[in-house]
Design a protein around this ligand. Sequence first.
Ligand SMILES: NC(=O)c1ccc[n+]([C@@H]2O[C@H](COP(=O)([O-])OP(=O)(O)OC[C@H]3O[C@@H](n4cnc5c(N)ncnc54)[C@H](OP(=O)(O)O)[C@@H]3O)[C@@H](O)[C@H]2O)c1
Length: 229
Amino acid sequence: MAGLGARSVLVTGANRGIGLELVRQLLGKPDPPQWVFACSREPDGERGQELRNLASRHPNVVMIKLDATSPASVKDAAGCVEDHLKGSGLNLLINNAGIYKEAFLPLLRRAAQASLQEGLSCRKAAIVNISSLLGSIKLVSLTYGKPAISYRCSKAALNMLTECQAMSYKEDGILCTMIHPGWVKTDMGGQEADVTVDESVRGILSVLSTLSNEHSGAFFDWKGKKLPW
Ligand SMILES: NC(=O)c1ccc[n+]([C@@H]2O[C@H](COP(=O)([O-])OP(=O)(O)OC[C@H]3O[C@@H](n4cnc5c(N)ncnc54)[C@H](OP(=O)(O)O)[C@@H]3O)[C@@H](O)[C@H]2O)c1
């Protein structure tokens, strides 16, 4: 697998589940990012213990407080990230639990402008939205064993947002994509899910490392298969 090569990565919902594993596997890479901004609602709370343990062993982890439902919290988080980056940009924004495009867009643009890389890639500047197969309208008849209607609607809207982001930010040099992580054994997916969090995140990071111009706006699963809308 080619390396991801992103110098700075931000992951939301990083204290458990897929977000925590993304942080763990990013740090375990032979070429780990210089900065991993691990965002969670309560970095000092009980549910932040595993992330705190990880951060204590890796000085390149910066724990950031971020509640997706609070615009003020998102703004504060963006300010902290900007301070840490000391004038450089943010290469990769993984929206695992919430969407923060307005706050982090200037930092993504800064990374794209400073990059000498041709074309679009996660190494340069990218927004990755963690979506779900349940958001695919084409596949509803196959996946409706679990109605989860509000969840489907939010992920279908996220898919449209990602497509619009891809159209809007192409000229800025920012790649935008959405990924279905599989049905994953997390608090959300439950223990009957058929993919471990380790397998899912390995797959996601492998897919991210291969993305380029023609993949912006596309909807992939964790194995790299293109999904229909
Ligand atoms: N697991 C699956 O089978 C599956 C399948 C398809 C898609 N997905 C998607 O994958 C992503 C991660 O899911 P997961 O399985 O890892 O879920 P999870 O284990 O339930 O973890 C959810 C994470 O999101 C955080 N979060 C929730 N509300 C938040 C808010 N308002 N602001 C900031 N953070 C918030 C949680 O933080 P707290 O600890 O503070 O609550 C936690 O870190 C989600 O977008 C989900 O829709 C999962």
